[in-house]
Structures are given as C-alpha cells and as structure tokens.
Write a protein that binds this ligand. Structure first.
Ligand SMILES: C[S@@+](CC[C@H](N)C(=O)[O-])C[C@H]1O[C@@H](n2cnc3c(N)ncnc32)[C@H](O)[C@@H]1O
Length: 221
C-alpha cells in the first residue's frame, strides 16, 4: 500500500469503478467481510432503487446524491425529469456518472458544496451512512445541506445494528487499501441519532430486501 493513500480513491474500489466489476469487500478488523455490490451499482437502477427514485420524483425537488458512485441514481433521476447532482471522492466513479450524462462533483461530502441549505432531498444509498465513520457528524452535515422541510432518504442495515468500525476495501486478489473509519446502522439507531440533529422520521420501508428511512429537516431550523 502506498504511503498517504486515500481510502476509496487509491484502493481496489477505484479499479472496480474503471472496470465495472468486483468482487470487492469491506474487510472488518475481526476478519469478516461485507460484500460491496459493485456490479449492481454500475448497472442501471433496478429493484428497490425504483421506489426510492419514485419518492424523489413525487417530492419534485432537487436531489443531492452523497457518495453517488458510478451515478445510476443521478442518471435515472434526470431521466425522470428530477434535477439531481452527485458527489463522490473517487474520480473514476465521478467519471462514470459524467459518462451517463449526470452532473457530479469530485469532492468529499464534508467539503464546501453548491446550494448548501437549499437541497430538497439528500440521498444516502447503498450503505453510505457509513461515510466518515461518524454517523452523527454525517447527519449534521446532511441537515446543513437540506432546506427546512427537505428530506433525507437513507438506506440502512436491515438488522438492529449500531457500530463504528475500521475497515479496508479488499479486491479480488486479496489486496487491501488503507484502513478507514466506517459505520453501520439499522433503522432504530439511525432514527434515534437523526432526531438529535433535527431530522425527524417520516416513514420507513423495505423493498427487495433493502431498508430505507425518510427523515425531514425541521421547518423551523
Ligand atoms: C458504499 S459505496 C456506495 C456506492 C454508490 N452509492 C454507488 O451507487 O456506487 C461508497 C461511496 O462513497 C464514496 N465516498 C466515500 N467517502 C466519501 C466522502 N467523504 N465524500 C464523498 N464520497 C465518499 C466512495 O467513493 C463510494 O463511491
């Protein structure tokens, strides 16, 4: 591993974004591995994505997809006539989003972003509540990005988990990228932590084995 290597950006994930396939895993300190669904992310929106996207379309407000990866959600939102933009630290993922015709910025969600405080919907899909390994900080950041009354649509773990851990992306040849902090939260833990940042649960649903929450930013915030 190269000194100063950045997670996602300089690890097997970036290669997978270029090739469009894995297999890839998040390797936990206890040796267990969580599969990263690279092929699904690089394919057109499918299954539970459609319900998520339908909600965005019904809300009819600009959508910011945090950790957009190769951009399938941004691309489908644009096809539905919903203004959308992606943000991702991995250049190869942002390039794929651009190839699909989607606007995307190569930045961290914690960097300065356009229209802060004016986004109608923020998406955290595919486990992205883990970004940064500090879910409270990420939820506070989301609350800053949303307009009052705007909604966070977040995918959560289907089990009752609330853990912050250090992981590494592992590629098909067993090569691992640098360690970085990550988090995994189920619905109850997410709703509880979100409430402390002024994001109130509106609804939760399960589709095709994936679980989601809709949370609204306080209108008086
Ligand atoms: C679990 S993957 C989810 C992929 C994605 N939703 C998709 O459709 O491919 C996490 C994604 O978040 C990105 N990411 C990680 N840390 C980030 C950060 N601080 N800011 C923005 N993106 C980040 C990674 O580059 C990766 O694309």
């Amino acid at each position: 591993m190269t000194a100063g290597a950045q997670p996602w950006v300089d690890d097997p994930f970036a290669e997978a974004m270029r090739s469009g396939h894995g297999p890839l895993w998040l390797r936990r300190p206890d040796g267990r591995r969580l599969r990263l669904e690279v092929e699904r992310w690089c394919a057109p929106a499918a299954g539970a994505d459609h319900e998520l996207l339908g909600r965005c379309a019904r809300l009819g407000r600009p959508v910011l997809d945090l950790g957009c990866g190769p951009g399938r959600l941004v691309a489908e939102l644009l096809a539905l006539g919903v203004p959308a933009m992606g943000v991702d630290v991995t250049l190869a993922a942002v390039a794929r989003t651009h190839d699909l015709g989607g606007p995307a910025l190569c930045r961290s969600v914690f960097d300065r972003l356009p229209a802060e405080g004016r986004w109608g919907v923020v998406l955290l899909a595919d486990g992205n509540l883990g970004i940064g390994g500090d879910p409270d900080a990420l939820l506070r950041r989301v609350a800053e990005l949303l307009t009052p009354g705007g909604q966070l649509l977040v995918e959560v773990e289907s089990t009752a988990v609330d853990e912050c851990l250090t992981v590494q992306v592992e590629g098909p040849d067993g090569r691992c990228g640098p360690p970085f902090p990550w988090a995994r939260l189920g619905a109850a833990a997410t709703a509880h932590r979100a409430a402390r940042t002024g994001l109130s649960e509106l609804e939760r649903w399960t589709s095709h084995g994936r679980t989601f929450l809709a949370l609204a930013r306080d209108r008086r915030a």
